[in-house]
Design a protein around this ligand. Structure first.
Ligand SMILES: [Zn+2]
Length: 268
């Protein structure tokens, strides 16, 4: 399951209680062992809980629920934001859009456009966007999360879309995040989630060269029994959606219907 932020503790708690009752919630270490070792099989109905980007409310609202339920999870962080008050780049776009009176739809369109242009073009637009402030997670807090069964994985240094990056830009992203993981003495650099899920054959090669061992997609699919360690599927979910919706998503029914609809529309 791929979560982002956790705005509502009570709803998230209902998700975790449900998931715990229906699935075997596993840790990154268990998944890793089974993917890198042919003899180790995952339990039936295995499920891994992940959080992308490193939102502060994962620590504030999510972790207490996970600790209470004795559940493991993984958070994928964007290293440049840790120990800062710099807002995520898409939040800068959002806050500035709101100031200008743009609708949520317009703001979403601007962000989606930024995800499609080259990395150099994206940076040029962001350099012209006034920056906004947000207290981010600290490296000390990451160590606390890790001690409490929340694995800290890698979501690049700046959250670019890797399919829009040159080879050198991808290499620089990985080197910058590796430097900080080492500096903070946190293992986890080699467990990677693609920003926006954008993987290509080229990215696989560079990731492997940099000793990345597991890579997660954002493809809204359930893994088959034969999981590729460099392309692990995840179901998209929101921590504040009603439990009834979560049940449908966790079952795989939602991804099945979405993919069928895409197929019928000729989009895939
Ligand atoms: Zn992300």
């Amino acid at each position: 399951m791929a979560y982002h932020d956790v705005p509502n503790k009570a709803i998230f708690s209902s998700h975790i209680k449900y998931l715990k009752s229906q699935y075997n919630i596993i840790s990154i270490e268990t998944l890793r062992e089974s993917l890198l070792n042919d003899d180790v099989k995952l339990p039936n109905y295995s499920l891994l809980i992940t959080f992308d980007d490193g939102y502060r409310n994962v620590l504030e609202n999510g972790l207490p629920v996970l600790i209470k339920n004795k559940v493991s999870s993984c958070i994928f962080i964007i290293t440049r934001y840790i120990d800062t008050t710099t807002n995520f780049w898409w939040k800068d776009v959002e806050v500035n859009g709101k100031v200008k009176g743009e609708s949520s739809k317009e703001i979403r369109q601007t962000i989606n456009k930024l995800k499609k242009i080259t990395n150099i073009e994206r940076i040029a637009v962001l350099n012209k966007t006034p920056s906004t402030e947000q207290k981010q997670l600290t490296s000390e807090e990451l160590r606390y999360m890790k001690r409490n069964k929340m694995y800290v994985g890698n979501h690049t240094h700046n959250h670019p879309m890797l399919n829009n990056c040159s080879d050198d830009e991808i290499q620089n992203e990985l080197e910058a995040s590796k430097y900080l993981f080492d500096l903070w003495k946190i293992e986890g650099f080699e467990v990677f989630a693609y920003p926006n899920g954008d993987r290509t054959e080229k990215t696989d090669e560079i990731l492997l060269k940099n000793h990345i061992k597991l890579a997660f997609l954002f493809d809204h699919s359930i893994n088959s029994t034969n999981i590729s360690s460099m392309a692990i599927s995840r179901i998209k979910t929101n921590a504040d959606m009603p439990l009834s919706e979560l049940k449908v998503k966790a079952s795989g029914l939602h991804s099945l219907i979405s993919n069928l609809t895409l197929f019928r529309n000729g989009s895939v």
